[in-house]
Ligand binder design. Structure first.
Ligand code: NAI
Ligand code: A1CAB
Length: 273
């Protein structure tokens, strides 16, 4: 892949996960500058991965080919207004990983001719297991699309969505989704301990069950998820008893409501930020 000069604005959980994944997969660390007001996170990335560290968003963006906007959505307007005053974006690709900040909003903040791609990644990018959804307006070149795809492929899998609304659906299905699975695993670990297993064993059992299930899904892409579930479920057996509890509480409806809430919040943020 091309090794363009990248500047990350923001050094938090998500930027850190992408940077770690990128460098681990061979992206040259000296082509990556990480900007944040406080030295804590960006210097930790510098120490661990050899990336460059700066408190100066403007100077770093000025010399970059690619600017990754990785601050919280509520800070995006302030950060962009400051950049817009001093940085010429005409020769730069801008990648936003923020939830709830639309392309239209970026045009208003940084200029109408902005080369922008919205990316919705997730934190498993840290270990090369990320999932990113990408959206670009029509005028974004094939080269910029390809670079964006390759960048995120370095830290996981990617899919493109046809419309910007698709980014909010990606949030519900992948961006926020690691937290759903963590919540589920937390609940299982808690109950396993309550039943008498040690904390270490409870964690190990839940962890391996989850990663084993995910590995089976990955290894059998043609097999419906329902078949994998049925393969565990003996009629009248223990799994059947457990699944009955989920079904009685209508887990499917709960999951649907949760994913709809994520989309609704993203839509609300688009109006707010
Ligand atoms: N955490 C996640 O799982 C995901 C987060 N995102 C998006 O990524 C973005 C960042 O989220 P997190 O990394 O979770 O947040 P975070 O709070 O961990 O990181 C935000 C970073 O921005 C930095 N920052 C604050 N003000 C700044 C400024 N003026 N200039 C430069 N840097 C500044 C902070 O120092 C911090 O390093 C958000 O827009 C979020 O919607 C997208 C997908 C997944
Ligand atoms: O919770 C959030 O708003 C961000 C976007 C997707 C994951 N974390």
């Amino acid at each position: 892949m091309q090794h363009r000069k990248i500047c990350f604005i923001g050094a938090g959980n998500m930027a850190g996960a992408i940077i770690a994944g990128l460098v681990t997969s061979g992206y040259p660390a000296d082509k990556i500058t990480v900007c944040a007001p406080s030295g804590k996170n960006r210097d930790a990335l510098k120490d661990k991965y050899g990336t460059l560290s700066s408190s100066d968003n403007i100077a770093s963006a000025q010399t970059a080919d690619v600017v990754v906007l990785a601050v919280k959505p509520q800070l995006m307007a302030d950060v962009c207004s400051e950049l817009q005053q001093q940085v010429d974006f005409s020769d730069k690709l801008v990648l936003s990983i923020a939830a709830g900040v639309s392309v239209e909003r970026f045009y208003a903040l940084l200029g109408d001719n902005l080369r922008i791609v919205r990316i919705m990644p997730n934190t498993p990018s840290l270990v090369g297991k990320g999932m990113s959804g990408l959206f670009a307006p029509q005028q974004v070149s094939e080269q910029d699309r390809e670079f964006s795809s390759e960048l995120m492929t370095a830290v996981g899998k990617v899919c493109w969505v046809e419309t910007e609304a698709g980014i909010n659906q990606v949030i519900a299905a992948a961006g926020s989704a690691p937290a759903y699975f963590f919540l589920f695993m937390e609940a299982m670990q808690q109950e396993a301990q309550r039943q008498g297993l040690s904390a270490d064993n409870a964690r190990l059992l839940v962890q391996q069950a989850a990663s084993g299930a995910a590995a089976l899904v990955e290894a059998n892409p043609e097999t419906p998820l329902s078949t994998l579930r049925e393969n565990v479920t003996s009629k009248g057996g223990t799994t059947f008893a457990a699944l009955n509890v989920f079904n009685e509480r209508d887990l499917t409806a709960i999951v649907a409501q949760a994913m709809q809430a994520a989309v609704a919040r993203a839509e609300e943020m688009e109006k707010q930020f």
